[in-house]
Design a binder for this molecule. Structure first.
Ligand code: ZN
Length: 486
């Protein structure tokens, strides 16, 4: 009898424990489910990060309210991200200023000192200094905004390289891809993306970075800083108009020099109205094959939306859907590590819609479809892609379609510095296309190499565009076209 009572007691006791456990498990599952739903719809622990700071809106043209590079360029896209609920799915990274040491990795001390002095200048001096520069305006707050733009991009870069984030978008201004090592240029005060590249290489040991610059203007500043550096592969799609579109650089002949030869791609449109078909064709024919062979560890998009439909300066027709698709393609070549940095773009709706489309894709959404009619490249676009392909093909064995028989000749293993080349160009003795290439020694680089071959027997004369590229813009015919940008 005692045993029976004991068993009954144990059974009831056990049932109580089971009941408690059951409640506990049900509660836990409920909490997990509610949390997941909450995150999915509203709150984010996202692997996609965003950085912005409204102090970047302090930089403005105090002499002309009509200037296209205006504070609203970052305010309106941020508003759209909030309204479309994308912002709540992004994780915000705290902005910061770039330090002097970080900026001096690509800029001269004189350049930094000049920007530092802006805060104490009178309006008269600010105007005078701005007039001395090429398409630049200055204000007392310009330095603060420029430091925030460059520093905020570093903040996002750090998040991605430490694996706290997969990818990110920097809604920053002033832009940076025209800025030279020694002076501001083309609305740009500091080289945001170049500083971030140096930061990634020097602090985190990154060895291969791809920059894709789809701003309608060529990123002459970024290109010049890395022409000799194979750790940076700079690819630009831009209007060139045979050298008459600002900043008059970006000739497809410029493929890099010295150790960086073969790591600079200029897809130069020679007419307006380039659209989705042209950009996607350039991606499929050149950018993606080269990127997949290069195997970048990190991708920066110099995201200028002045190539977009409705931009008053670009007069091109890229849609927000196309920006999204291009972003998605670039995510596929570096395990998703893509950082998008705002460059130009002067139609507020176009910029906002473009950033929204790219953010959505970075978050993992499918990009919207493009109208099939827009997918057809123009004859002029195909011609530009073929020209760029022919110039870069001697250095990459997977660009079979663009290679010519003479590209198969043995490599002349000789490196010539950019300074020597500039001298040669001026003397009309050679062009970059006929420049002796460096060999590509075996290192931990992907096999981009053996195809490097140069025609050495026929030496063509340098084009007017190439010569112009290496001359001082202010004294060249390019100066005529300053009205294109400001
Ligand atoms: Zn631009």
């Amino acid at each position: 009898m005692e045993i029976v009572e004991y068993l009954q007691q144990f059974l009831f006791y056990d049932l109580d424990i089971l009941l408690v456990c059951n409640c506990f498990v049900t509660l836990s599952v409920g909490i997990v489910l509610v949390r997941a739903i909450w995150r999915w719809f509203w709150v984010t622990d996202s692997r996609t990060v965003v950085v912005y700071d409204l102090d970047m809106a302090l930089h403005k043209n105090i002499f002309s309210r009509m200037h296209p590079e205006r504070p609203e360029r970052i305010v309106q896209p941020l508003r759209l991200l909030v309204e479309s609920r994308l912002m709540s799915r992004l994780r915000t990274v705290t902005s910061r200023e770039v330090t002097r040491d970080e900026a001096l990795t690509v800029h001269t001390p004189e350049h930094w000192n000049f920007l530092e002095m802006l805060k104490g200048m009178t309006n008269r001096d600010l105007y005078k200094e701005g007039e001395e520069l090429d398409s630049v305006y200055l204000s007392n707050d310009s330095f603060r905004s420029a430091k925030l733009a460059a520093g905020s991009l570093l903040a996002i870069t750090e998040e991605v390289l430490t694996d706290r984030a997969m990818n990110g978008v920097a809604v920053i201004r002033p832009p940076g891809h025209h800025c030279k090592a020694e002076k501001p240029m083309g609305f740009c005060l500091l080289g945001n993306v170049p500083i971030a590249c140096k930061f990634a290489m020097e602090k985190y040991g990154v060895e291969r970075i791809l920059i894709v610059d789809w701003d309608v203007h060529h990123g002459n500043g970024t290109q010049d800083m890395f022409l000799e550096d194979r750790r940076i592969f700079y690819m630009s799609l831009h209007r060139h108009d045979h050298g008459y579109f600002y900043p008059c650089t970006g000739d497809p002949n410029v493929v890099g020099t010295g150790d960086g030869v073969g790591y600079n791609l200029n897809i130069a449109w020679n007419e307006s109205r380039k659209g989705d078909g042209d950009y996607l064709q350039a991606f499929y024919d050149l950018i993606l094959p080269l990127a997949s062979r290069y195997q970048p560890q990190l991708v920066f998009i110099s995201a200028g939306f002045d190539s977009g439909l409705g931009d008053p300066l670009g007069n091109c027709c890229v849609t927000s859907e196309c920006y999204g698709i291009m972003t998605q393609h670039l995510m596929s070549v570096c395990k998703g590590k893509v950082i998008l940095a705002l460059e130009g773009g002067y139609n507020l709706t176009t910029v906002s819609e473009g950033i929204k489309a790219c953010c959505s894709v970075l978050l993992g959404d499918y990009p919207n479809h493009i109208d099939p009619e827009n997918c057809v490249p123009s004859p002029g676009g195909i011609e530009s892609i073929n020209t760029a392909g022919e110039k870069i093909a001697p250095y990459w064995d997977n660009l079979v379609r663009f290679r010519k028989p003479e590209d198969e000749r043995p490599v002349k293993e000789e490196a010539v510095s950019i300074h020597e080349y500039q001298e040669e160009s001026r003397n009309n003795h050679s062009s970059i296309n006929n420049h002796p290439a460096t060999n590509h020694p075996a290192n931990n680089h992907p096999p981009a190499n053996n195809p490097v071959n140069q025609p050495t027997e026929t030496v063509s004369q340098p084009t007017a565009e190439v010569l112009r590229y290496y001359s001082d813009f202010r004294h060249s015919s390019c100066h005529k076209s300053r009205s294109f940008i400001s």
